[in-house]
Write a protein that binds this ligand. Sequence first.
Ligand code: UT7
Length: 325
Amino acid sequence: MGMTRTIIKSVGGYLPERIMTNDELATMVDTSDEWITERTGIKQRHVAAEGEFTSDLALAAAKIALQRAELDASDIDLVIIGTTTPDLTFPSTACIVQAELGMTHGAAFDLQAACSGFLYGLAIADSFIISGAYKRILVIGAETLTRLMDFKDRNTCILFGDGAGAAIVEAGEGQGEMSDRGVLYSHLRSDGRYRDLLTATGGPSSTKTIGKIHMDGREVFKHGVTNISQAIFTALKETGFSCDDVDWFVPHQANGRILEGVARKVGMAREKVVVTVGQHANTSAASVPLALNDLYESGKLERDQLVLFEAMGGGFTWGSVLARW
Ligand code: UT7
């Protein structure tokens, strides 16, 4: 039976110009390129310039996505930005981007799901499109996470970087079959009991400061592999696909070892896993759309291919989205 599907029409990504290598970090804190590479797979991260804000990165990624879709801002009904590092406490970064795009219609909001922000945004956009509330939505993950980093804490400062990724999704016609193009399934989870394991130590209502990232790395690692694997198994079970049917696995880029652990646990062939953590580090909500953008720019992503997304972050929040390109 015919039904509306959420088609991912285009993607864009933006990384700040400045690159900080592991060697440079090792001049600031007691670590080494060897340790970071071996434990995380990270070789470098991008760092936003002074005066370059999350909205600037988001806007740059959005403009690329619009250009690739051959659309302009007047064609967009809604802007959703997943971010943990908004320009301001309020108004939302999405409202800033809406204005910078010259959009005077529609709506815009930020959502806070830490590293799962883009995935949550994609799932929400899918619901809005299926309900008929909006026709075309700009979903962005954008972060300046280095602003939350304590460059004296070697447990955290080696892991994160800045960047933004954007996707334009729009209503398309499907048959209600798993052979349809577009978002086929989404699964969102959270469990706030684990909120202290990965957190920023400040906030407007508590300390009135932004705080610094604090993390129990080993616990986050353990829960990461378990939760992400569970989200993947759920997506596959609910859609009747197996890992062999998936063409591309576009995961949140937290740690190369987590990606390997998950791929092993769910039985995903390594050549299907998009890995950008070495070049981007963990860009939180931006990491999934930036990885998708890398895949797109590689020229390997083809129409009708099955793409599995996952993310996991502070909260904990996690989830998966399965879509046909
Ligand atoms: O979106 C989710 C975000 N976060 C994550 O996904 C993070 C998940 N966790 C991880 O990626 C890993 O736990 C880390 C990379 C953070 C740490 O790796 P690990 O293999 O779990 O190391 P560890 O914390 O068990 O530490 C091992 C040793 C310790 O020394 P001792 O106690 O054995 O002497 C640490 O003090 O490594 C030391 N260490 C470091 N050494 C050099 C910790 N950080 C560093 C460092 N450089 N940067």
